[in-house]
Ligand binder design. Structure first.
Ligand SMILES: O=C(CO)[C@H](O)[C@H](O)COP(=O)(O)O
Length: 232
């Protein structure tokens, strides 16, 4: 089975959990796009939901699919967020932000009673960190912020480099107008400690570690979709 088919299967499994009247957080990325398309088909059949998109890209697709949308200002509490991930560990801690949307994704997931992750099995890891950890930063003070983040890594015994996404000449700019530094760490043995230390750095807006947010994951492999719940 092709990876794209697996992503679609995981997304369709999550759509089956959506019931009429739900307020949904709608994720970003290629797997979440399958979810949006499958949800759009159900909406056209009469399913009544309202959604908050986690990026401008998702907003455009959801609008094209005819999914009614709202904002967290109008609808601050959501029932369910469905989103992809770049890495999933056995505790259902995640690395997200490969698509640069992790700030809005985290706000939306935190505003939801439940988060379901959808992914193909290549995203499952024992230890997070092979995928570069996205760290969203404000453009002001970038040099100082980089040094402070480097100190966090050193204090935690982590080594690796921080690379500006898009390069210094043409930096990637997020929906919030910020830059992303990708931290190539190889392994993050204590995601909780790193998460706490990163949010304490002035200039860091949000990092891509999602801890304690996901309730379950639908992961599609060659033999079909399996459900993952957190292993403590
Ligand atoms: O966090 C994300 C975007 O910021 C995505 O969910 C993550 O990058 C996975 O994307 P894909 O489904 O395309 O593999």
């Amino acid at each position: 089975m092709m990876s794209e088919d697996m992503k679609r299967l995981a997304a369709e499994r999550a759509v089956a959990d959506v019931t009429s009247g739900m307020k949904l957080g709608i994720g970003t990325g290629s797997t979440a796009e399958h979810f949006v398309r499958a949800l759009g088909a159900r909406v056209r059949e009469g399913l009544q939901v309202i959604g908050v998109p986690t990026s401008e890209r998702t907003r455009a697709l959801a609008e094209a699919e005819g999914i009614p949308l709202t904002t967290l200002e109008e609808t601050p509490a959501l029932d369910l967020t469905v989103d992809g991930a770049d890495e999933i560990d056995p505790a259902l801690s995640l690395i997200k932000g490969g698509g640069g949307a992790h700030l809005r994704e985290k706000i939306v997931a935190a505003a939801s009673t439940r988060m379901i992750v959808i992914a193909d099995s290549s995203k499952c890891v024992e230890t997070l960190g092979k995928f570069p950890l996205p760290i969203e930063v404000v453009p002001f003070g970038l040099g100082a912020t980089r040094i402070a983040i480097g100190k966090v890594f050193a204090d935690l015994g982590l080594s690796g480099d921080l690379r500006m996404r898009g390069g210094a000449e043409h930096p990637f700019v997020t929906d919030g107008g910020h830059y992303i530094l990708d931290a190539h760490l190889g392994a993050i043995p204590d995601p909780q400690a790193l998460a706490a230390a990163l949010v304490a750095v002035p200039g860091v807006v949000e990092h891509g570690l999602f801890i304690g947010l996901a309730a379950k994951a639908y992961v599609a492999g060659p033999d079909g979709v399996f459900e993952m719940t957190a292993r403590a």
